[in-house]
Design a protein around this ligand. Structure first.
Ligand SMILES: Cc1cc2nc3c(=O)[nH]c(=O)nc-3n(C[C@H](O)[C@H](O)[C@H](O)COP(=O)(O)O)c2cc1C
Length: 215
């Protein structure tokens, strides 16, 4: 692709604004308000978020995951604990989450420490998933090099046959993490690249500093 094509891509944002005087004082409530607007606007996969981690080599890596729960101000997602992200989080239990709701010209950045959730919490979510997803979690050694698509499908079939008449047990290597936010930034696109950016930084329990950043 020619770089001129990229250079000419340009969107003007002018729909909404974000103000210190009207923004909620609790960033989780503010996040939930924006999240509900994203759902009401019927955006595709509004709970899809980029998860960035960095392991022992300090080199960042990023991928999409789905936000599955917000509980006690923590953001939950589920994955394979032996995956690349799982290994990186073992070495360095800090992550950044990024939501981009393009149609609303909004971005939310969340940063914080990451902890595994309890096995009871993981069990409860695992058993709420469709059977095919449960089998997939057992069959797929996420992030490992595999021989071929066929071997993966054979593994899936073998696991499905083996567990046909049983409740599918959650594999110990699959479960949830929660991100405990220490900062949350709300970005609202505005005209002339004069966007609104409001940053919440945790001072202590439930007490957040609220600052405006230059766009
Ligand atoms: C929209 C979208 C949602 C995804 N949600 C998840 C998820 O919730 N959990 C997960 O493990 N992988 C999810 N994936 C796949 C990941 O992006 C990634 O391929 C996988 O987790 C392996 O990442 P890793 O090798 O960095 O650990 C999703 C991918 C997309 C495109």
């Amino acid at each position: 692709m020619k770089n001129e094509v990229l250079e000419q891509l340009r969107t003007e944002y002018s729909s909404k604004s974000l103000d210190e005087s009207t923004i909620m004082k609790d960033p989780i409530l503010q996040f939930e308000a924006w999240f509900h607007e994203a759902i009401e606007s019927q955006l595709p996969e509004p709970n899809a978020m980029t998860l960035a981690t960095a392991g022992i080599d300090y080199k960042p890596s990023a991928r999409m995951v789905l936000l599955k729960r917000i509980e006690s101000q923590h953001f939950f997602f589920f994955t394979n604990y032996y995956s690349r992200k799982g290994k990186e989080l073992l070495w360095n239990p800090y992550a950044a989450l990024l939501f981009f709701w393009n149609e609303l010209h909004r971005q939310v950045r969340i940063e914080g420490r990451v902890e595994k959730i309890t096995s009871e919490q993981s069990d409860s979510y695992f058993h709420s998933r469709p059977k095919g997803s449960q089998l997939g979690a057992i069959a797929s050694p996420q992030s490992e090099v595999i021989e071929s698509r066929e071997t993966l499908e054979e593994k899936f079939k073998a696991v499905a046959n083996q567990l046909e008449n049983f409740e599918i047990p959650r594999p110990a290597h699959w479960g949830g993490y929660k991100v405990i936010p220490s900062s949350i930034e709300f970005w609202q696109g505005r005209a002339n690249r004069m966007h609104d950016r409001i940053l919440f930084t945790l001072i202590d329990k439930n007490n957040w500093a609220i600052e405006r950043l230059a766009p």
